[in-house]
Every structure is written in C-alpha cells, then in structure tokens.
Design a protein around this ligand. Structure first.
Ligand code: HEM
Length: 361
C-alpha cells in the first residue's frame, strides 16, 4: 500500500504541474511583451527592437502557449481526450522554437517550421475529439471543425498579395479559432446550455470571415447570430452573475459590430480580441482554479480593468484623442499585473490541491 502511494504520487502530480508551469510561463511572457508593445504605442521610450517581430511573438505565444493549452485543460477535465505527454512535449518545443523564430526574423523559416509543428498538434487534438461532432455534442462539438477550418485558412495567408491582405486573413484565422473552438470551450466551463452545434459553427465561420478576409455585410449577420445565441445561453446559464455580465458585454460587442453600428478596423479588432481573451474567456477557463472565496470580487475587478483597457483602445478609432493610448497602457499594466497575481494564487491553491489528492492516493 505504502509503495503504491510513492509510485502514484509523482505520476499524478508531474503532468498537471508541468502543464500549469508551462501555461503560467507563456502567460507571463505574453503579458510582459504585450505591455512593452502597449507602452511603445502610447509613446513611451521602451526597447522593442523590431515592433512587428515582437508583435508576432506576443500574438503567437498567447495563442499557442496560453489559449490552446487552457482549452485542452478544459477538455481534459471534462473527460475528453487530448494529445498525450509526448505530443505535448513536442508541442512545447514547437512553441518555443516558433517564439524564438518570430523574435529573430518574424515570418521566417524557423517560425514557420515551429508553427507548422504547432498546427500538426492542433489537428491531432481535433482528431482526438472528433466523436464530439454530433448534434447533441454540446459546445465542444464545433471545436474540431473550427480547428480544421482555421487550418484551411493558413495557405490563404501565404497567397495574400499585400501586407493588409495578410492581416485580414490572419484576423479571420484567429477569429475562427476564437469563435469556433476557444469561446465554446470556455462557455462549456460556465456551464451554459449549448445551441445546435452546426448553427453555432456556421455563424462563427461567417463572423470570422466578415471581420477579415471577406468583409461583406451579409456575413456580419454571423456576429448578430452569435450574439443572439450567447444571450440565449446566458439567460439559461447556471453561472455567477459576474461571468454572465462578462459574456453579456461580449454579446453586446458582437451585436454592435454585426449590425454595423461601429466599424471593424484594426483597433476595434485588437480591442475586441483583448476584451474577449482577458475578460470572459480567461475568467471562465480558469474559474475552477481560483479559490472560491476570492473569485467573485477578483473577477469583477479584473473585468472592470479589461473593459477599461479595451474601451480605451476602441476609442482610438471611435473618438480619436491624445489620451486613449496612455489610458490603454496604464489599464493594460493593471490588467497584466492582476492576471499575474491571480495566476500565482491559482498556482499555490492548485499545488495544495494536487498535494492533497496525491496524499489521499
Ligand atoms: C493572454 C493574454 C493575451 C493574448 C492571448 C493576446 C493576444 C493578442 C493578439 C491575438 C493580438 C493581435 C490582434 C489583432 O491583430 O487583431 C494582440 C495584439 C496586441 N496585444 Fe495582446 N494579448 C494578450 C494580452 C495583452 C496585454 C495584457 C497587453 C497590454 C498590456 C497586450 C497588448 C497588445 C498590443 C500592444 C498588441 C498590438 C496592437 C496593435 O498592433 O495595434 N496584449 N494580442
């Protein structure tokens, strides 16, 4: 019996521990680089080197190293299959290689090789949950198809004729992953009742195309449809009020862009992406990792800061003025510090829980 305990303990702790540490490191780096970029854009003297290279590091590390691993964590804790330890180790190396490649030379041989390996593991993860693609598959049913559709957009980036076109296609690619796979996984965590998966997937595809590669009005209806489905799900969700508020604001954002009340340009895309990621998405995905007594007050505080930062970025387009850049930078600092603090709290309480579980084993 005693032998079993000592055999099991490292096995049960090592995986989650390394996983959490890797996500935490990627999050800290993403936030740190984002902060430097934001201060630079606000006119502060900070050493950024090549801005576009550093921007690539930030966006790719955030997507590869934070958002996808967190999504897999949600899948795993809901009993779904994810890539095994060797595939995840390979993935971690690919993420580091791509980040170094982006830092050195932007889209170059090294970053493309790393990103191709990352895409391979994404496809493997989609394959592993393919059984989920059924009418009663819930929120996670659209994820495999969304990852595949996102992957199909990658060759379009290579064929794009101008830098603006590249940006537009990349935005659609990112939005496809966000709306088709990451957002549904976070909503699954709430938990909220899911709409018919095919309807969600079609709306997400139309919305993703409309904000970038195919910016035509009829496709914007995808955003309106997503907003309606989100509102319906939130109405019936058994989630804390603050999380419903966070997602409710996201639905309002989708609606106003969808009906054309506000234009969709680069600033608006950056504002929307950061609200969604740093607000409802991360708050929902990390919900169970944060001690319950801390969570409500902290979640509301973070949400207010994230909304302030995103509003400041959006106002640079909606009501241009000299102060918004600095406001975005200072609220950005507060957001980054809050997420680092919350991650540390989650790490300590997670370690205590893991040790508790292992001791009981
Ligand atoms: C996990 C956290 C984060 C993720 C996953 C993330 C992801 C992204 C993505 C995908 C973009 C490209 C958006 C687009 O072009 O549409 C981006 C751009 C950017 N992010 Fe973040 N971000 C995170 C946190 C932050 C934070 C906390 C800050 C600032 C304090 C920040 C500052 C920036 C800046 C300055 C840009 C470039 C904006 C521009 O080119 O105008 N990010 N980020």
């Amino acid at each position: 019996m005693a032998e079993n305990v000592s055999d099991d303990r490292p096995k049960s702790i090592r995986g989650p521990f390394i996983g959490a540490l890797s996500i935490g490191a990627a999050l800290a780096l993403t936030l740190g680089v984002g902060l430097v970029l934001r201060l630079f854009l606000a006119g502060y003297r900070v050493p950024v080197g090549d801005f576009s290279h550093l921007r690539h590091v930030h966006t790719h590390l955030g997507t590869y190293g934070v958002l996808f691993p967190l999504m897999w964590w949600v899948w795993k804790t809901n009993g779904l299959r994810i890539p095994g330890p060797w595939a995840l180790a390979f993935y971690a190396v690919a993420v580091v290689v791509s980040a170094v490649g982006f830092a050195q030379s932007g889209y170059g041989l090294v970053s493309i090789a790393g990103s191709t390996a990352v895409l391979g593991v994404w496809m493997l993860s989609a394959w592993k949950v393919r059984d989920q693609m059924r009418p009663d598959g819930g929120w996670l049913a659209s994820a495999p198809l969304a990852i595949l559709t996102g992957a199909l957009m990658v060759p379009l980036v290579a064929q794009a004729a101008s830098p603006e076109r590249v940006q537009a296609v990349v935005r659609s690619f990112l939005s496809m992953l966000m709306l088709g796979a990451l957002v549904p996984s976070a909503l699954h965590r709430l938990p909220a009742p899911a709409p018919p998966p095919l309807v969600w997937f079609c709306a997400a595809t139309a919305a993703a195309l409309s904000v970038g590669a195919v910016a035509v009005a009829p496709l914007q209806l995808g955003l309106v449809a997503l907003a309606a489905m989100l509102a319906w799900a939130l109405w019936r969700a058994q989630a804390p009020l603050d999380l419903r508020l966070a997602w409710g604001l996201a639905a309002v954002g989708m609606l106003v862009v969808g009906v054309g009340l506000v234009p969709m340009d680069r600033q608006m895309a950056v504002a929307g992406t950061h609200y969604l990621v740093l607000g409802p998405l991360l708050l929902s995905m990390t919900r169970l990792a944060v001690p319950r007594r801390l969570s409500a007050a902290v979640r509301v505080g973070i949400l207010v800061l994230v909304a302030g930062m995103s509003a400041a970025i959006a106002l640079q387009t909606l009501a241009p003025g000299p102060y918004w850049g600095r406001l975005a930078a200072w609220t950005g600092i507060a957001v980054a510090v809050s997420w680092v603090g919350l991650s540390l709290v989650a790490a300590v309480s997670g370690a205590a829980k893991l040790l508790g579980v292992a001791t009981r084993d």
